[in-house]
Design a protein. Structure first.
Lengths: 488, 124
């Protein structure tokens, strides 16, 4: 039986752009019945009506953007009206609310104000203004059975705080979101990380966008250190990855931590999953070149979550096609690393969309990042494919001029190899094609100028060091020893 | 490499190779990594498997007593077979070995449990 209830959703004011899309993805994934009553989704507090409390709890069990959720008692933008509504709500719903006000249930009231600071005394005054609440239980600040929250929202602009709060709300704490996972999966404590490991929060958000469910098969074709597999496995997905970088997949590349000189022997993507108790859901990682097909057409993934290389911190490579006129001098037992050539963003995304169209199940999702220069963003530049529809698209600022967008596609029709490809890898304008080139060559200060400037700073420092009488250390031989140690 | 992954790997990237499946598997070192039996997951992956390659893998892993040569019907109802499939596909980890292309004989080495499917410049 439907028992519609209103809730306050309290969001972290971080990655604001991703919040609405995460909400929509989770609603779709669980098939939740919900009505959004807040129009301004930039606000950290939303009022939302869920079909029943269980529905609300399902949402909170997966959300990364959500801090906490409260059952709404009263909401207004004027103080007298707020108090009147709170009284009316309690009287009208006394039969269901009475259990929270009984003598045996201990309680606590928290005052949360956004964008305006209040002293402890003022907060206590706010609590005392609600002395009409028929509370009979004892106060317990440490471990209360019931927690009520009084919330005032004073706008988003810290330089123009309004004279009156925009929202005054009161509710009972029902559940917390899943933000504790951000700390739990933090890269700081992770066994194996690389230069481009995705931070815990964004990778969890990506897995939510992909609607990873228990028992799903999830694939990352540019797996790197496996940071996206960690979050997918945490939500119950079985994970598979591939990457062209042999040293990375084998965790034998140069360490990314400044304190670490050599990679430890037991570092691996599997070790990461073991660390978080998901080892059972590790399938495999494979060294493979994405531009060449490796997987049988039978395989079908529930979702593909990936962060392709942009050419900044990690090179965009594919195996180069070369026909040598010289006789093959390689012997069978000799390890050979094929030379790689540049894999342009354009053809990489083209390949990625075709791969997703082929290998996703119907209604399966592809979640990936697309880097670009902020000034030339045009929705038309987003890659398209006839079998995929773009569901979500949100931006994260990277540096002054560059940003990346998290794109979510859903497979809407079966791929057919006979059908001509109508999608548009060509729609990526030439501008974002040379993302790397522009990143390095069109900066305010060119690479050469920077090098010269840095060299001068170093020279100056050396002079000062000599003046202080400190003996300079030989950085070059140190680096050489380090490289040797990695291969022992 | 797990034997479930083996069921989906091909050598079709090699120039001139059409199917490139099943690859010829050789195991020189393997280990058994126990994992939780999830019948729904096995059941979901089952229709996507190529049974001849499942049986082929069982032969190489010396588990033919457990796996029939021809795919039986209604495997989902046969709890025992499901568990044996789980063991074969998800618990046996090939640490060292090789995969060989059935058409060209090109060998892909498996080191530390990770197959290297990279091709050389003159093969793509």
């Amino acid at each position: 039986m439907a028992n519609w209830r209103k809730f306050i959703l309290w969001f972290a004011q971080e990655h604001v752009d991703f919040r609405v899309q995460e909400f929509e993805s989770l609603v779709k994934m669980f098939g939740l019945q919900v009505r959004l009553l807040t129009e301004q989704t930039m606000k950290p507090f939303w009022v939302v009506e869920f079909r029943d409390t269980d529905t609300a709890l399902q949402y909170a069990s997966r959300s990364i953007s959500l801090r906490a959720m409260f059952e709404l008692y009263a909401h207004s933008n004027k103080l007298p009206e707020f108090h009147q509504r709170l009284r009316n709500h309690i009287t009208a719903n006394w039969n269901t609310l009475v259990e929270y006000f009984r003598v045996e249930s201990s309680f606590k009231i928290v005052v949360e104000t956004y964008n305006k600071h209040f002293s402890q005394r003022e907060k206590v005054e706010k609590i005392e203004s609600m002395d009409y609440l028929p509370i009979e239980g004892p106060v317990n600040l440490k471990n209360p059975q019931v927690e009520w929250w009084y919330i005032e929202f004073w706008g988003l602009n810290p330089t123009a705080v309004p004279a009156e709060p925009e929202d005054i709300m009161f509710g009972r704490l029902v559940a917390y979101g899943q933000r504790h996972l951000i700390k739990e999966l933090s890269l700081k404590q992770r066994k194996f990380i690389g230069n481009t490991s995705m931070d815990a929060q964004l990778s969890l958000l990506m897995a939510n966008q992909a609607m990873v469910r228990k028992g799903d098969l999830v694939f990352d074709p540019f797996v790197g250190s496996g940071s996206l597999l960690v979050s997918a496995a945490k939500w119950g997905g079985y994970v598979l990855g591939a990457d062209i970088d042999y040293m990375m997949v084998h965790a034998r590349c140069r360490p990314s931590r400044i304190t670490q000189k050599v990679r430890e022997k037991d570092e691996s993507i599997r070790a990461n999953l073991k660390q978080y108790g998901c080892a059972d859901r590790y399938m495999d990682v494979v060294v493979a070149d994405f531009s060449n097909p490796v997987w049988d057409p039978r395989i079908s993934f529930d979702s593909i979550i990936t962060d392709p290389p942009y050419g900044i911190r990690e090179a965009m490579e594919k195996v180069e096609k070369k026909i040598s006129l010289k006789a093959n001098t390689r012997s069978d037992n000799m390890v050979h690393y094929p030379s790689t050539s540049h894999y342009s963003l354009q053809s990489l995304y083209g390949d990625l969309l075709v791969f997703a169209a082929k290998h996703l199940k119907l209604a399966g999702r592809l979640v990936c990042w697309l880097p670009f220069h902020s000034e030339d963003y045009d929705p038309k530049m987003l890659p398209q494919h006839q079998n995929l529809i773009l569901i979500a698209n949100s931006e994260q600022q990277l540096t002054g001029k560059t940003a990346r967008r998290l794109l979510t596609y859903e497979k809407c029709s079966e791929y057919s190899p006979t059908e001509p490809f109508l999608g548009s890898t060509t729609q990526l304008p030439t501008l974002s094609q040379d993302f790397r080139d522009r990143y390095f060559n069109n900066a305010l200060e060119s690479r050469k100028e920077r090098r010269v400037r840095k060299a001068e700073v170093r020279k100056q420092a050396q002079v000062e060091m000599n003046a202080r009488g400190k003996i300079p250390s030989d950085g070059r031989s140190k680096k050489r020893d380090l490289n040797k140690a990695r291969f022992v | 490499m797990k034997l479930s992954t083996y069921n989906f790997l091909t050598s079709m990237a090699i120039k001139g190779v059409k199917v490139g499946f099943p690859l010829k598997l050789t195991i020189s070192k393997k280990e058994v990594v126990e994992s939780e039996f999830n019948p729904t997951f096995v059941e979901r992956i089952l229709p996507k498997l190529d049974w001849s390659a499942v049986y082929g893998a069982a032969q190489v892993a010396e588990l033919t007593d457990d796996i029939p040569a021809v795919q039986p019907e209604n495997i989902g109802e046969n709890e025992l077979l499901m568990q044996k499939l789980h063991h074969l596909l998800f618990e046996i980890d090939v640490l060292e070995g090789q995969l060989e292309c059935p058409e060209t004989g090109r060998v892909f080495p498996i080191t530390d449990g990770i197959p290297n499917m990279l091709l050389n410049e003159d093969e793509v």
